[in-house]
Design a protein around this ligand. Structure first.
Ligand code: GLU
Length: 520
C-alpha cells in the first residue's frame, strides 16, 4: 500500500533473519532509530527474508527480542504478541504487524514484487535470460582474460517474444535480468561518504529475480524502499555497491530513490574485519556474559559516531538529542572490547543494588548455586539452606564497585552460597609464614571471633584489625583469616565477609583451614 506522506522522515532497519543480531546490525538499527527519532519521523522494522533457505523464524524472533531488550522500539513492523520467559526462546510465539505499510516481511510481499517485475518486463526494463550458469561463467572468464570487467554481456537482451515463448515451451530455465543502461555513471550524494559515482559497466545486466515469484535482494529492497515511502536508508558500507543497482531499478520505474548514508565498517582489534557470523559478536553472547543494554547502546553509538565533545556517557534520550549523521566518520570504526567492559562496569555501579541483584539472580541460578524458593528467598543448591534476597543483595553490594560483567558474580560470591569451599592449603600462607604460624594465626582468629557477642561488620572489623596490629605484619592475621573464609586469592574485606557468613560458619571454616594445614 502506498500512502502519501512526503515530508515525514521514514527510516528502516531491514535485517535478513539468517543469523543472530550482531554488533554491526545493532548499530544499523540504532542509527536509524536515533535519526528518525531526532527528526520525529518513523522508524520501521522490515524483515528481508527473500533467501528462503537461510531465513529462519527463530532468527527473526531473536532479532525482535534483541531490539526489545536493547530498548530500540519501532513504530512499524512485526511485533511479538506472546513473548516467552527467555528472550531467546522462540517457541510458541506469534507475530502480527503494526503500521499500514505492511506486510513487513518480504516473504509476504511476493504479489507486490510480481506486479513490478511484470511491469518492468512489459516496459522493456527487464528481460528473461536463458543463459545457463556455465555459459555465464565461461563468458565472464573470457572477459577477464581480455582484461574487461566480468559482467553479463546481454546475449538474451534482444530476444523476440516468439523466441522467448519457444524457449519457455522447450522447458528452458530462465532468470529475469535488469536491462542496465550501458556505460552510464550512476551518482548519488551519500550523507556520510559524499558524492559516489559508479559506472554501470561494473555490474552490467544483473539478475533481479529467479522468476516472477522469486525476486532477489536488490529488487525487493528497492521496491520496498519506494513502496514504504522510505526517505533515508542508513546502512553498512558493504551495501555501497548495491546502491547504484537499486537506484537504476527505481529510475526505471520513474520514482525517486531515498537518500543514502553508508556507515563505515566495524573493524576488530588490529583493524581486521568483524565477521557477521562471528559468535563473539552476536548479541546473545553479550547477554550471556552479563552486559547491560545501556552499556551496549552507549558503546555501539560510538562505533563510527563521535559527538566531538569529551562526553562519553549517553543515555538513549541524550543520544537522540545529540545524534547527527554529519558526525559519523568515514573511516572504519575500531571495536574495542575494553571500552565496552569499562562502560558496563560504569553502568553496573550506577544501578540501585536491588535492581542489580535482580539482574544477577539468573546468573547465580544458571551457575547452579541457588534455586528459587519463594518470592524473596532461594535455596542453596548443595545443602538446600534458605538464603534471603537481602543476603544476596548484601553480597552483591560488596562487589558492585569492581564488577565488570554480571557473569562474574557467581565466581565472586559462591563462597557465601556454598557449604563447602575448595582451595589449596598453600593459599592460606601469607609471605614467609610457616605452617605452624598459620595454625597459630587461625587459632587466634577463632578465639577472637568466639568472643564477639554482637557479630556485626563494624564490631568484627574493629576487633580483628586491633588484633592484627599486634602482629609483626597485619597480613599474618588478616590473610589466613580471609582465605579461610573465602577460599580465594582476592575478595572483599574480611569483616564484611565474616558478617555475611555469620559466626558459626566463620568458625567452621577457620577450623577447616587448620585441618587443611595439619592433615592435608
Ligand atoms: N537485508 C540486508 C542485510 O541484512 C540489509 C539491506 C539494507 O539495509 O538495505 O544486510
Amino acid at each position: 500500500m502506498t500512502t502519501n506522506e512526503p515530508e515525514k522522515i521514514i527510516t528502516r532497519f531491514a535485517p535478513s533473519p539468517t543469523g543472530p543480531a550482531h554488533i554491526g546490525s545493532i548499530r544499523t538499527a540504532l542509527f536509524n532509530y536515533l535519526f528518525s527519532h531526532k527528526l520525529r519521523g518513523i522508524f520501521m522494522l522490515r524483515i528481508e527474508d527473500t533467501d528462503k533457505e537461510r531465513s529462519k523464524s527463530e532468527w527473526e524472533h531473536m532479532l525482535l527480542k534483541s531490539l526489545e531488550w536493547l530498548g530500540i522500539s519501532w513504530d512499524e513492523g512485526p511485533i511479538i504478541v506472546e513473548g516467552q520467559e527467555s528472550i531467546f526462546d522462540s517457541d510458541n510465539y506469534s507475530i502480527r504487524y503494526k503500521g499500514n505499510r505492511g506486510p513487513y516481511r518480504q516473504s509476504e510481499r511476493t504479489q507486490i514484487y510480481k506486479k513490478y517485475l511484470q511491469k518492468m518486463i512489459d516496459e522493456g526494463h527487464a528481460y528473461y535470460c536463458f543463459c545457463t550458469k556455465e555459459e555465464v561463467e565461461a563468458q565472464k572468464s573470457y572477459l577477464m582474460s581480455i582484461g574487461e570487467s566480468p559482467v553479463y554481456k546481454g546475449n538474451c537482451r534482444n530476444l523476440t517474444k516468439e523466441e522467448i515463448s519457444e524457449k519457455i515451451s522447450q522447458g528452458k530455465r530462465s532468470v529475469i535480468r535488469f536491462r542496465t543502461s550501458e556505460n552510464q555513471n550512476i551518482a548519488f550524494d551519500d550523507m556520510i561518504k559524499g558524492k559516489i559515482s559508479i559506472n554501470t559497466e561494473t555490474f552490467g545486466d544483473f539478475v533481479i529475480a529467479k522468476d516472477l515469484e522469486t525476486p532477489l535482494f536488490n529488487f525487493t529492497c528497492a521496491i520496498d524502499d519506494h513502496e514504504m515511502n522510505i526517505t533515508h536508508v542508513i546502512r553498512g558500507e558493504d551495501h555501497v555497491s548495491n546502491t547504484p543497482k537499486q537506484i537504476a531499478i527505481l529510475n526505471a520505474l520513474g520514482v525517486k530513490h531515498p537518500i543514502y548514508a553508508h556507515m563505515p565498517l566495524i573493524l576488530g582489534q588490529g583493524k581486521k574485519k568483524l565477521s557477521k557470523r562471528d559468535a563473539e559478536t552476536s548479541l546473545e553472547e553479550y547477554v550471556k556474559d552479563g552486559y547491560l543494554p545501556e552499556a551496549i547502546i552507549n558503546f555501539v553509538a560510538f562505533l563510527g559516531w563521535n559527538p566531538g565533545t569529551e562526553k562519553e556517557i549517553y543515555s538513549m534520550e541524550e543520544l537522540i538529542t545529540d545524534f547527527s549523521i554529519e558526525k559519523i566518520q568515514k573511516s572504519g570504526a575500531v571495536f574495542n572490547p575494553e571500552k565496552l567492559d569499562w562502560l558496563n562496569g560504569l553502568y553496573i555501579r550506577k544501578k540501585p543494588v536491588t535492581e542489580l541483584t535482580n539482574l544477577c539472580i539468573p546468573f547465580l541460578i544458571n551457575a547452579g548455586l541457588i534455586k528459587k524458593h519463594t518470592e524473596l528467598s532461594f535455596l542453596t543448591t548443595d545443602t538446600e539452606q534458605i538464603v534471603t534476597m537481602n543476603k544476596i543483595e548484601k553480597a552483591i553490594l560488596l562487589y558492585q564497585e569492581r564488577l565488570k560483567k554480571l557473569s562474574e558474580i557467581p565466581e565472586l560470591i559462591d563462597f557465601i552460597l556454598k557449604d563447602e569451599i575448595n582451595y589449596e592449603k598453600d593459599l592460606l600462607k601469607w609471605k614467609n609464614m610457616t605452617d605452624n604460624e598459620i595454625v597459630l594465626s587461625l587459632e587466634n582468629s577463632i578465639k577472637i571471633i568466639k568472643d564477639i557477642e554482637d557479630f556485626e561488620k563494624n564490631v568484627i572489623e574493629k576487633v580483628i584489625f586491633e588484633e592484627a596490629e599486634k602482629m609483626p605484619n597485619r597480613g599474618n592475621l588478616l590473610w589466613p583469616f580471609r582465605v579461610a573464609l573465602t577460599g580465594k586469592q582476592s575478595s572483599a574485606g574480611p569483616a564484611e565477609i565474616a558478617d555475611l557468613l555469620g559466626k558459626e560458619k566463620c568458625l567452621d571454616r577457620l577450623e577447616l583451614a587448620i585441618k587443611k594445614i595439619k592433615y592435608a
